[in-house]
Design a protein around this ligand. Sequence first.
Ligand code: HEM
Length: 508
Amino acid sequence: YLELRVANKKRVLNKIRGPPTLPIIGNAHQVGKNPTEILNTFFDWWHTYDKDNFRFWVGYYANLFVCNPKHLEFILSSNTLINKSDIYDMLHPWLGTGLLTGTGSKWHKHRKMITPSFHFNILQDFHQVMNENSTKFIKQLKKVSAGDNILDFQNESHYLTLDVICETAMGVPINAMGQHDNSVVKAFKDMCYNLNMRAFNPLKRSEALYRFAPDYAENAKTLKILQDFTNEIIEKRIEAHRTGTAKKIEGNEFSRKKMVFMDVLLSSTIDGRPLTKEEIYEEVSTFMFEGHDTTTSGVAFAGYLLSRFPEEQRKLYEEQQAVMGNEMHRDATFQEIADMKYLDLFIKEAQRVYPSVPFIGRYTEKEYNIHGTIVPQGTTLNLALINLGYDDRTFKDPLRFNPERFEHEKPGPFEYVPFSAGPRNCIGQKFALLEIKTVISKLVRSFEVLPAMDELVSKDGYLNTYIGLPTAEKIKKEKQGHKYDPILSAVLTLKSDNGLYLRLRERK
Ligand code: HEM
């Protein structure tokens, strides 16, 4: 029955190149068992199909891997191709249909309503929170790095970004950096881990099947902790607004008084009515997730790259001295962060090689003709943002870490899109970059960032991860790898499966 149902789709999609399939399972047996294997398989196929699009089948689910910039432009610019793929369904129990997961007119209206939350004045308030938390982060790092201790920077970064997002989205400090064992802190961490692990597990991805998994009950408890926590704060904030204790936004003039994302939602209307509690819950939770899991990856990989590339770190430090003069220990202002041009290049390059969001998904509700390629209705489009960074037709010598490349290599508008592009691009891009830069600026002024072991510094300017290389070469290089080299794992956000280890030496 299924075979007959997809026969037409198969006939159309199989005109596109792709790996040979088996009956019933398609390519499911080849894709890989975990996020690291899946990432490697996608890169292998990418090489096999000349760094161009290819199709594959997971059972009867039709998939197109899209890495051709012209095709990405078509998809990302489209106002109709905005439905997310089924991988996002997994987020529904926690985030409902907020901005990331929603679609149609609800998404349109919410996007319009939320866009002003990233107004320049509000970002400046958020910057204060970022600065305060970066200072706490440095203190925390001094403790955990004492005595030349090797620390997992990815783990530490997670607590920092959680503190920043809780305070900016809800106005509530949860002190994740100080209390790792706090039930809410633990719940956020467990939930993000769980979502990432489920993303490519066909048995756990569907909510219906996941109910039978051994970890389902535990995850339901975690979910409840997060829901109760967020709902309680929403109640309190609504009450504060009602009694006039919360600050008001007057018309479109954003007050310079400290305001949080939830205040914007509480003061907004949709179709002339205030948002329901459920709508507020969905958007706040969306920010809580999307606003910290991504920046964890951004901060963590940037720190890791500092540890492996001392020459680039030296340039960054010199720029800090030039901008901050002899006040290296105070907070950098909004303007000073904007003046740090090398820092900007460094983060751009970090996002090229280790983009926080490696893949995004869309789903075709109807048949599309994308520059002559017919894509049937019901196809999942896997948009490979990560592969773009390793394409040597856009970036010369892509395995080389070279922030200056962005001064002379100018990728086209759809050849480098770590924050996506078009109507569904990342609404938090400015927030994210400000946060990552604020943290890295302070980190590099406070510490010399060293690899876990001295011999791990890059001596030739090349990365110690090899996903961009052809398979045989990659396997050979990986055999010579070190236990502290990252094992990249591409799920909802890019992480290193074995942490990101480094050492910190305090600067005098
Ligand atoms: C390095 C950090 C970040 C990166 C690389 C990143 C990247 C992305 C990407 C690629 C998308 C498109 C997702 C898709 O189409 O499925 C996206 C969407 C989104 N991002 Fe980010 N993001 C980052 C940080 C943030 C932060 C800090 C926030 C909030 C404070 C945020 C909020 C959102 C939201 C709400 C969406 C959905 C937008 C929509 O569909 O209208 N992101 N992000």
